[in-house]
Write a protein that binds this ligand. Structure first.
Ligand code: ADP
Ligand code: ADP
Length: 230
């Protein structure tokens, strides 16, 4: 099982800075679907940075009961898939970009995740389909497409925990709707953590909301209760 447990997590970016995370307690039991909300500067990105072991921290983070420091960075990233706000695309074909986490993947598996990530018509519209160059020297990929490519990658990785960082930021309503569908599929059978400063329609994807402020989780409540305040 892959319960995620965070206790008394503290993080600061240098010795003299104030604490960006100042005693975070948070549980994400396997299969939970949680939104982490809070104003800019509350510590949401820092929390993700600690989880992925980008920054040293104080306190305890455990994944399936194992302290994070006992897991290698690669091991952590094979359990926790992250869809970044601006997913990185390598200077390579779409096929190579999708296979990233799994070099041995078959065309059939690729097709399945492309469908699940709602990328079929996108792939069909490309001049060379999956062999179209999407990186730096390739075609222009929009923000929404890049995120759905990242979701397909996460599906191929088959990680038990999926984290989405501001998934609908900068997207128009139509593009955002396509993304909700692919997130809903990707979240099946996984734990989901959606990080956002504005929950909006993302509330349909989660059951609970944790509110961050000044480096702490100050509240956790069912999504209906959170919505009824607005
Ligand atoms: P959020 O993601 O909720 O906007 P952040 O985790 O980015 O919050 O920020 C929490 C605090 O940490 C803020 O005071 C911010 O200025 C600081 N901070 C974030 N990233 C860095 C960094 N790379 N270097 C120094 N301070 C940072
Ligand atoms: P939109 O107009 O939909 O907001 P953007 O032009 O802002 O799309 O692109 C969003 C992100 O997608 C970029 O920040 C970048 O990370 C990624 N991206 C777009 N095109 C490419 C590309 N050809 N190669 C690599 N990354 C790309």
């Amino acid at each position: 099982h892959f319960d995620l447990s965070i206790r008394q997590l503290r993080l600061r970016y240098n010795e003299t800075a104030s604490w960006a995370l100042d005693g975070v307690n948070l549980d994400l039991p396997q299969g939970a679907r949680l939104a982490l909300v809070g104003p800019s500067g509350a510590g949401k990105s820092s929390l993700m940075g600690a989880l992925l072991r980008f920054y040293p921290f104080e306190g305890r983070i455990a994944l399936g009961g194992i302290p994070l420091e006992n897991l290698g960075g690669d091991e952590v990233r094979s359990h926790i898939a992250v869809v970044e706000q601006q997913p990185y695309l390598f200077d390579a074909s779409l096929r190579e970009n999708l296979k990233l986490g799994r070099p041995d993947v078959t065309d059939e598996e690729l097709r399945t995740v492309i469908t699940q990530a709602r990328l079929d018509s996108y792939v069909d519209s490309l001049p060379h389909g999956l062999d179209t160059w999407v990186g730096e020297n390739g075609i222009r990929v929009s923000g929404g497409e890049a995120r759905r490519i990242a979701i397909a990658r996460a599906l191929l990785m088959d990680a038990p925990i999926l984290i989405l960082d501001e998934p609908t930021e900068g997207l128009d309503a139509v593009t955002a709707n396509e993304l909700y569908d692919s997130i809903a599929v990707a979240a099946r059978g996984r734990s989901l953590l959606v990080i956002t400063h504005r929950l909006g329609k993302l509330c349909s994807l989660v059951d609970e909301v944790a509110v961050m402020r000044d480096g702490r989780v100050v509240e956790r409540l069912p999504v209906e209760a959170y919505r009824s305040r607005f």
